[in-house]
Each structure stands twice: as C-alpha cells, then as structure tokens.
Design a protein around this ligand. Sequence first.
Ligand code: SAM
Length: 212
Amino acid sequence: MSKLERNWQYTEQYPTETDVLVRARRVSLELGIEPVSRSVSSQLSALAVLTGARAICEIGTGVGVSGLSLLRHRPDAILTSIEIEPEYLKEARAMFAEAGIPASRARLVEGDARHIMPRLNLAAYDLVVLDADQAQLLEYFEHALGIVRPGGAILVPGALSHGRVPDPASRDEATQALRDLLAVVAESNAVTASLSPAGDGLLTVVRLDGYR
Ligand SMILES: C[S@@+](CC[C@H](N)C(=O)[O-])C[C@H]1O[C@@H](n2cnc3c(N)ncnc32)[C@H](O)[C@@H]1O
C-alpha cells in the first residue's frame, strides 16, 4: 500500500459515527446509493458547526447519511433536502426519526432538484450541498450560487469521481461536468474554493461578500 493510500485509509477510519449513521450507510449501500464517506461525513458535520449553519439545503438526500451528518451537531438548524426517488425518501424519513430529528427540522422534499431549486429563496441558505446527478452539476451550481448567502458555502461531495476527474482518459458526461465546474469555480471572482481529496473528494466553494 502506498503512503497516500495509507493516509486515505486512516482518514476514512478515523471518524466515529452514530448508530443511525452506520445504519443509514448500510441501507444506502443495500439500495445501491453511494453515501458520503466517513471522512466526508465528519467534514460536513464540522463545516455545519463552523459556519453556524441554521438553514441548509441539500440536493440528493439518498437515505440521509449526508443530511444526518449536517444536522449532527446543529440542533437549531433546519435542513431542506430534495430527492427524486420516493423509495429513498421513505427510508430517509425513518432514519431522521430514529435520530430524534423531527420532520420540521428535516424538510424532505420529493422531486427533481432542477425544478425545485429555482423556487427556493435567494441568499437564504448558509450551506448548500450538491450530491445528486453529477451530469447536471453546472445547473445545480448556478441555482446554488443564488440561494446561498454571502459568506455561506456550497459543498460538492464526489468531486473527484473515483479518480476519473484527474484522469485525462475519462471523458464521460459526469466527469466532464465536474471538470467544467472546477474550471468555472477556479476562474470566478464571486467565490473562493478548496478541493479536498478525502473520501471521493469534497469541493468547498464559499460565496464572497461582494457577489450579486
Ligand atoms: C450520491 S446519492 C446521494 C447520497 C446522499 N447524499 C448520502 O450521503 O447519503 C445521489 C442521490 O441523488 C438523487 N438524485 C439524482 N438526480 C436527482 C435530481 N434531479 N433531483 C433530486 N435528486 C436526485 C438520487 O436518487 C440519489 O439518491
């Protein structure tokens, strides 16, 4: 195992998870959903605390691993999470209930994020997490820039797409959309960003104050 692989494995094993998170992760994998990794889950929890997030929007609920992570240490935060698959939302509802999070704090919305995001309030969210269909990322990102408040952050788990993003031979639609997003973010004066290799990559994009 290389030094980088040892670092990666250690980073993934380091965080402790609640029983509900462990269960949500297991159910996700059974349903064929890829949840955020343990290290990314812990980064989401930390970022929610660091930003003092009270209003969080998430695209791609799955069974709730990322959502549970975001709310883990933010008892006064409200999560709006959008998921296109009703079967996944049913499982997610059960997970949030099991974690003692009432439906008023985890507002799970069924539907296509591309239709729902334009209806959300502008500059109203402290954190926006984009973890749905990656081929549509640029469209989600455009909406996300509108709904996140200045100083708030947009988070993109899976930003390295299992090593495909840095691999020039990978040219599928989702990988290309990730590269396009990374290029747009790198050139934008409206944001500052960092790309972490933890898990499958986590892109953090902070909306700067002057952006309109
Ligand atoms: C990678 S999984 C999300 C995993 C979840 N965030 C977690 O950590 O457990 C992506 C999810 O996005 C959902 N999805 C895909 N396209 C969508 C769309 N247009 N609108 C809303 N959800 C979508 C999928 O059904 C799937 O559950």
